[in-house]
Design a protein around this ligand. Sequence first.
Ligand code: AMP
Length: 377
Amino acid sequence: MTPLPPGATIGIVGGGQLGRMSAMAAARLGYRAHILTEEPQGPAAQVAAGTTIGPYDDPTTIAAFAACVDVVTFEFENVSAAGLDLLAAARPVHPSPAVLRLTQARVTEKSFINAAGVPTVAWLPVGSPEELAAAVAQLGLPAVLKTTRLGYDGRGQAMLRTMADLAPAYERLSPKPLILEAFVDFACEISVIIARGQDGQMAVFDAVENRHRHHILDLTLAPAPITPDLAAQAQAIAREIAVAIGLVGLLAVEMFVDASGHILVNELAPRPHNSGHWTIDACPASQFEMHIRAVAGLPLPPATRHSDAVMKNLVGPEATALWPDILATPGLIPHLYGKAEARAGRKMGHVTRLFARGALPGQFGLSAALGVLGGES
Ligand code: AMP
């Protein structure tokens, strides 16, 4: 495809903070961002050149949106693939609806990853209490029972520790299709974000470590404090998956490093990812710029990192209460998403702190470096 010329309009399906930061990156490259969202004054709509407001799978809304844009991408996965199919009939959509479909359900996603020769945790589909009992007999306990679709930030999951946990967990999560995963006693969780252009060119960010709190991402450490060999393996896995899935756009690959140092892929997200927010401040081209470049058919620069970084999410009212202190702390780079209401568990913004390459501190130094935010993890 010939590169999208400056002044062209990039349609983004979804109106949250990922759309907001993608729209800001698009604007910097001379594009207009047009958001399809159900929320007129949401984080993305506030910074975009235009919006279409309506349901994501309503044909009239989709036609109105398509008429305003030159190319389409999306910022979250809970959009209907059927809606994207309608859009794809009118405009180029990157990543493709097929990529979205594959990653929307854990069973198709894990089958695909395993077929590409990449290890995941051991898993089995579960469609009935009998299948759950059989899956537990095969995978053992502890194990994690999950809904196959629409789970995020730990929602739609149950930890099974004893046989007594099976029935209540099945009761709570069914009748949705379920998957049972062996529990991984992981050494750490890491992720790699990769961009792939329409010509197959790829740019791969460094592997980072992700630490969660109450199932929500709390801290990202860039680079991950793992061996260079493991970091290279993680990047190689991201490349293999991007090629196998036929990616055009951005893909986040979430992985576990298990106790014996093996990498297991957990999840794929074909969009910008919370664990890539550090790239805005620590890389010449952020994940959002890479996303827009890939979608617009521009060349992808190398995903180099000029600094080490720690990213801390600002979640809920307790974190936003610290905003004045954050602004008054030298070295903390603040990002707020423009959400009106700071509900518990809601991602309101994030903060990045940069370090010279190779100077990312250990645990004690990290807390000190985060100032008022350092005591929370
Ligand atoms: P997910 O929705 O699959 O990303 O899971 C959310 C979080 O739950 C992960 O980031 C892990 O911290 C934890 N988790 C999910 N699956 C497993 C598993 N099979 N073993 C251990 N921890 C898990």
